[in-house]
Unconditional design. Sequence first.
Lengths: 110, 897
Amino acid sequence: MSPEQTSLLQGTLDLLILKSLFAGEMHGLGISRRIQQVTGGTFIVQPGSLFPALHGMEEEGWISSFWGESENNRRAKYYRLTKAGLKQLEVETKRWGRISWAIAQALEAS
Amino acid sequence: MPLLVKVRSFLRNLFLSRNVDVDLDQEVHSHLDMLIEENIRAGMPPREAQRVARMELGGIEQVKERVREERIGNWLRSAISDCRFGVRQLRKNPGFTTVAILTLALGIGANTSVFSLIYALAIRPLPVKDASSLVSVYQSFRGHPLSRGVQGSPYYISYPEYVNYRDGSQSFSGMVAYAETILSLGGADPQPLPGLLVSCNYFDVLGAHIAAGRALRSSDCLASASPVAVLSNGFWQREFGANGEVIGKTLTLDNQVFTVIGVAGPEFPGTELQVPSVWAPVATASQLMPATFGTRDWLALGNVSWLHVVGRLKPGTSRRQAETELTVLAHNLDADYPGRQTVVIVNAGAFLNNPEVRSIGALFAAGVFALAGLILLMACANVTNLILSRAAARQQEVVIRLALGASRSRLVCQLLTESVFLAVLGGGAGLIVAVWLPPVLVRVLPEIPSSGLPLNFTPNFAVLGYALLASLAAAVISGVTPALQATKLDLVTTLKEEGATAGHSLKRARLRGILVTAEVAGCTLLLVAASLLARGLHRAEMVNPGFITRNVFVTSFDLAQKGYDGPRANTFERELRDRLVVLPGVAGVTTSVVLPDVTGYISGVTIPGRNAKHEYAQVLANFVSPDYFKTMGVPILRGHAFTEQEAESPGPVPAVISSAMARRFWGGEDPIGKNFSAAKNQTYQIVGIAPDVQNLHLGQTDGPFYYGAKDAGYSGAVDAIILLRTASDSTGPLAAIPGIAHQIDPSVMVTTEAFEQILSRQLSPARTGTALVGILGILAMVLAFVGVTGVVSYAASQRVREIGIRMTLGAQPRDLLALLLGQGVKLVAIGLGIGLALGAGAAILLSAADLLFGVSPLDPWPFAGTTLLLAAIALISMLVPARRAMRVDPIVALRYE
């Protein structure tokens, strides 16, 4: 991952995770693969970034976790969106919209 | 809701960290397993699948560590581990730790003691029920210059003013007034007794517990009431053996018979530092107080300050509201004194609340705080020094941790944790000092009763809080600089080779140099001050004041309170002198208005026939009986001492003047037979000249001085003393004095004390103060000693290799010594120079405050002595580490590191 991607990712990783979980409960690897898939491979979330983000968001109360069975009958830790997380997703989406609009404006300006 | 989740996570992270870790471990492992599975399904062989999966994960432990860092409460976990690490570090260096803690304990302890003392005296509420609602009321006046009588403090209040406030105000649920006085307890030999004349609501308003009998009630304050008294618990136990049948018995106080009606509870010491033995109604002032202001009816005096007033505020009333209300009430009485404008001052109730005392107290407190602060700063400087020298040894540790990615703030926190630990431990030990020291310190204060102080020095939240604050301040002052310095490293340079050559350590050395210089300067200042004070004291004790003090005894009476006027007092004294002087073993008896070097008298002198404007001068004086010169061994240089006949004959009052007065007014002329006028236009005729002696201050020869014949020349003479000198060291004649005095008037209270003892007691605050400054000075010297040793041994340890090279190249031990000592000597010399200059400044201040008893502030001995002592100490403290450095084997030195 190039440095530009990293810094972008840090601002938006929470948003991407929230968005992924909006589709339904998922384990860590699932979240990682989904982000990779929906961004067309632009973002590859490494476990070193993913887990701290997941645990941080859980402590914020945006997501909750439980142990469950994976598709291959493995024990895996699943995450799901909470009410607060849903609200946070809206907030982050709006914020991101504003930012991307602003950046687009700035780039078109000259 | 999210807050609840956060709190839950926080608590779980803190207390169930093992479960959380296990859970995380399982999660990461399950993630790894799923990655492997994914790779196998994609067609990789198992080994390859595992390898790729591990690469993607990027290290199980690293992932886990990154999660831990993200967690809520991580700072607390790291703080706890910092603490553990700090404790380990401190335990590993018991010597360093002990010195640092002791140093800080003394600094923090001294500061907390001063605070505790000030708190007990001026902040802690009075030891009575519901003391927080008590306030004290004082007055000052604006407007034209007033002639107002003062007994005690000008801020006190007259009885009519008190009644005006008490009856007119709405802010108070009760208001009491009282005056302190010394009574004489009648009996075979009357004894002085501290008493309080109080308004009759005193016990009710203060909520005092009465152990036996009853408290005063308002009928006791009627003019027609028979005199009654309430005893203090201590007096009751001392004088009556705690006998319950004391109620109804009588006491004779100042010739007046009082009926005992009650005994106060043991926990009620009253409202003044001097715990009274008896409380009597203020109405008895007309019998117990002297006729100082022309009448003995003190309650009728409207323009005399003599009563303390203490009020209890109604709930919800502020001091300001009460002040405003009383100021309005005061205008009622201001109408009687045109141009006067009363300003009422309402202070919170505490022992020291008089505005006059408070302003002096604030100055005193500032001075003592400065001293204690200096000690704390020195202690901090030393701990900083200790940490700095240890930091050198820990440099590798710091560098490695920085290189491994620890953030600088994290490391600073770590190092500061250790300082905080040291300071808190030092503060804890300092509290022991703070419990022990204030009762000692209080004795240094002027005008504080010597025993039975009702002061409470138990540390409370305020004192503990202050100690904590001082500890934290000490931690920050002593810890921040070394922590910042230790972590401000150029990693590459330091890691590559010896850190000793890096620029930061030069900076560190400079800082340590400044600290040591400051320490030496502070210690020099204290030692100079202490030795000057000690020399002054020694001089005050050893000096020959020009008159005899040995075997001289001072007898005083309470004639004023017994209603004597001037002529009656003169008769009493003459009769007593005549009876005493014939006793065997008595060398002389005289009356004197002034007790030399204890009290003083200043008189304005003019010479008849000369321009009064130019020739007026304030001179010292004493009024004595003719035997004074013989009794006190003051020779008459020219002329003669006045005789009884001269003293009694009408016309000019005979006087003996001092040589200085002769020079001042008559120059080359012979003053014998000349007249001067002084003391309310009394004319004096000079009959003799006495040498200049030290009547005002021990160790300081008086300026112009005259002795007037007492009986004729001093009309207000009701408070004179009798000086009696015995022929040998025998004290035999003394026992007879009270009996003989009582033959003349059985009611008079007689106290006799050795003159030398009075003089010595007068020096006791100075003695305690000197001892304190001396102890602080020695403490500072120990601190400076440790500091200098630290600097030199550190410098030496940094130059082991250089020393080795120089030795191999043939350097002589003397050259090496010069090299090693050079820096230390420079620091000590600068510190000494600054300290001596500061010491000279302090000496001039001490001299201006009359604390040196005539020793010159620039007396060379204290300065030379301090310089020599410190130079010797510094040399020893530098030689030891320097010699150790030089004993090193050149080969070993060259291989070093």
